[in-house]
Design a protein around this ligand. Structure first.
Ligand code: ADP
Length: 407
């Protein structure tokens, strides 16, 4: 005990306690075993709206709303008889009633004072009105937020469904258009070639320079259009074939075969090829061949004219995926074009032969096998194409699509 407290006498102690009760922020009420209020501090009067000593001598049930008001006497006598407590010594959140009838929430803590053979009870009350209001506001804000999130999610889902639908329509359109355009276009090209032969035979030397140029231009345009349409058809077919099969595909064998084929095709004799051990992965052999073929063909096509071609193929295992890299020392791709060349018809070097579909097809194949594809600058101005394939390749599920409805 500190000296200051030890120094005061009994009367001062009493006075101190009176001051504590008088100045307490929370109501403190003492009742007897019949529920009659013996003492109530000033905070009680303030909170409940009673004046002076009005409450002293009244039954404490006056401070409760129905049905507790009626039940209180019974509760108290049952406690005194049986010792079965619901609030006494425990405390709980209940409702109270002010002089003007207003019912409000309180936290009530009741303790028992044994006085001879009688019991008195002290109730300490804490007004919960503000806390409940804040809790209510928080709950309402949370409900509103949840409602808004629900609404936004529903809107987002609706636009995603719409987007998926219009994508499907577009793919269907691309498929039907390219499929149906193929035959008439082939007829146009073949017709042109036959016409050319026929004119050469009938007109011989009279076939002038301008006519020859026009002929070449037209036949070239028809060929180019055929390539375009075939590319589009392969691209849209990729999504129509459903889930790719998970056959074991030896990427090393595939690459060796493709490189031999390409060296012949491009007449390349001084190319250096560095081919590391490539893994066997699970996938669709035709698609994986197409992927490697597009990448290798580009390495040959976009080579530097003034230095021997170098192609490097590497593989490494990274986070449950095989990372395969196809690097070249060719003309390279500007950094701002590196992501864009995967878009349909996007070309970074228009002076070269091509229609801009090869990399879009590569990206689709890689994604259908559950991987990713991207480009990095090569060490000597060229490019490195990286793609990944899951090691225990369970290719991404996709529903097989029905054949398109014919118009
Ligand atoms: P295409 O070769 O028919 O134009 P691709 O889709 O295969 O279409 O390639 C898109 C573009 O990416 C090409 O036009 C070219 O500009 C660039 N590109 C692709 N591969 C390479 C490469 N190995 N080196 C440099 N540029 C490349």
């Amino acid at each position: 005990m500190s000296d200051e407290v030890a120094d005061i006498d009994q009367a001062q102690h009493e006075e101190l306690w009176q001051a504590v009760l008088r100045t307490a922020v929370d109501p403190i009420i003492v009742i007897d075993d019949a529920g009659i209020i013996l003492r109530a501090n000033e905070a009680t009067d303030r909170l409940f709206g009673y004046a002076g000593d009005y409450l002293v001598g009244k039954n404490v049930s006056l401070l409760m709303p129905e049905p507790y008001r009626t039940e209180h006497d019974g509760y108290l006598s049952r406690y005194l008889e049986t010792g079965e407590a619901r609030i006494i010594g425990i405390g709980r959140d209940v409702e109270a009633q002010k002089a003007d009838g207003q019912v409000f929430p309180i936290a009530l803590a009741v303790s028992e004072i044994k006085w001879g053979d009688r019991s008195w009870f002290t109730g300490i009350i804490h007004d919960l009105t503000n806390r409940r209001r804040v809790e209510g506001e928080l709950r309402r804000a949370k409900d509103q937020l949840e409602e808004r999130v629900k609404q936004r999610t529903a809107e987002l889902e609706a636009s995603m469904t719409e987007l998926a639908r219009s994508n499907r329509d577009l793919e269907q359109f691309a498929y039907i258009a390219s499929h149906d355009l193929q035959t008439p276009l082939r007829n146009v090209r073949q017709g042109l070639e036959l016409l050319d032969e026929h004119l050469q035979e009938t007109m011989g030397q009279e076939f002038d320079r301008e006519a020859l140029e026009l002929r070449d231009l037209t036949i070239d345009a028809a060929r180019r259009m055929e390539q375009l349409i075939q590319g589009l058809l392969s691209y849209s077919r990729l999504d129509r074939t459903g889930r790719p099969p998970s056959d074991p595909v030896d990427l090393g064998d595939l690459t060796t075969e493709l490189l031999q084929q390409m060296a012949l095709e491009f007449g390349e004799s001084d190319a250096t090829i560095e081919l590391a051990d490539l893994p066997t992965v699970a996938g669709d052999e035709i698609q994986l061949r197409q992927l490697l073929q597009n990448l290798l063909e580009n390495a040959f096509k976009y080579r530097q004219q003034d230095r021997p071609l170098e192609i490097t193929l590497r593989s490494e295992s990274v986070d449950d995926h095989w990372l395969i890299s196809v690097g070249d020392n060719g003309i390279g791709i500007d950094p701002d074009q590196r992501n864009r060349v995967f878009e349909l018809f996007r070309r970074a070097h228009p002076g070269y032969e091509g229609v801009g579909l090869g990399l879009a097809i590569c990206q689709r194949i890689v994604e259908r096998h559950g991987g990713d594809i991207w480009i990095e600058a090569g060490p000597d101005g060229g490019s490195i194409f990286h793609f990944t394939v899951p090691e225990s390749s369970e290719p991404e599920a996709s529903e097989p699509e029905p054949e398109p409805a014919r118009p």
